[in-house]
Ligand binder design. Structure first.
Ligand SMILES: [Cu+2]
Length: 101
């Protein structure tokens, strides 16, 4: 009985993880780079809706932190980008960014 509950728990956890990963994939938001501050590790993006942050408005400009300063070298001001952002204790953080194709 105990072992069965444990297995059910494992199944529930792996299901939750895979659906979270699938959701994260669909959460790429669109934006345009307005400003890059490499020394502060920040990027200003004019962005469209960010579903996972409950931001529905289009054309909002705000400053994001970046998870890794190297990400700021992949883009430049004026680039149209796709990105993923998460709410972290330090502020809203971009965890992934790429140029829009
Ligand atoms: Cu915003």
């Amino acid at each position: 009985m105990k072992k069965r509950n444990f297995m059910a728990g494992i199944l529930a956890i792996s299901f939750a993880l895979s659906s979270a990963a699938a959701m994260a994939q669909a959460d790429l938001a669109k934006g345009e780079v307005k400003k890059i501050d490499e020394s502060a590790g920040k990027i200003t993006l004019k962005h469209g809706p960010i579903k996972n942050l409950d931001m529905d408005e289009d054309g909002m400009t705000m400053v994001f932190r970046v998870q890794d300063p190297a990400m700021l070298k992949q883009v430049k001001v004026g680039d149209k980008v796709q990105f993923q952002a998460e709410r972290a204790t330090a502020g809203i953080t971009v965890t992934k960014i790429e140029k829009q194709k």
